[in-house]
Design a protein around this ligand. Structure first.
Ligand code: SF4
Ligand code: SF4
Length: 164
């Protein structure tokens, strides 16, 4: 099915590049903790699932049948465009490939991450760009980061944000 073909090639809404957390219902906390998925508390006291999601393997969800409501209901701009016939599967896959290429280009310009606790490339870029971490980023890295974020904003994020 084209929609699942697209998501299986993408994984960006689970791997921490689009979002750093997703909102949970209180009733979802215990079942997720039983699956050993780390639940965090947002500044407003509400529970959230950290991203990169620990249930993601490659670009697939390993707890698909038990995933939270925010995952079930989420559709990025690109997926909506595909489901409404605004873009073909081929065009949508090309957008996903370009997103991954921009993220990979950014990765090559950042100091290596912690292999024991992998975080998304764009989260590492955001952290590395903070003044307390020696930021701002060097001009080439800054430009590469902006190019990646621009692509994600234009094709994926839109108004249907599920986290920050
Ligand atoms: S970001 Fe969109 S296309 Fe990618 S996996 Fe999530 S819903 Fe699917
Ligand atoms: S539970 Fe599954 S669908 Fe939800 S963020 Fe994690 S990997 Fe993605």
């Amino acid at each position: 099915m084209p929609l699942s073909t697209l998501c299986q090639r993408c994984g960006l809404c689970c791997d921490g590049n689009l979002f750093s957390s997703l909102p949970l219902r209180r009733s979802e906390v215990a079942p997720l903790e039983r699956l050993a998925l780390p639940v965090v508390e947002r500044s407003d006291g509400t529970p959230a699932l950290e991203q990169r999601c620990a249930a993601l393997e490659g670009r697939c969800c390993t707890v698909y049948a038990e995933r939270p409501e925010a995952c079930r209901s989420y559709r990025c701009l690109l997926l909506m465009a595909l489901s409404e016939g605004e873009v073909s599967l081929e065009e949508a896959l090309a957008v996903v490939d370009e997103a991954h290429a921009r993220i990979q280009a950014m990765d090559a310009l950042l100091p290596p991450g912690d292999a024991r606790a992998p975080s998304a490339v764009l989260q590492r870029a955001r952290r590395a760009g903070l003044p307390e971490n020696g930021g701002p980023l060097p001009p080439r890295a800054q430009e590469s980061w902006e190019q990646a974020e621009l692509w994600l904003n234009r094709h994926f994020r839109g108004r249907h944000r599920r986290g920050q």
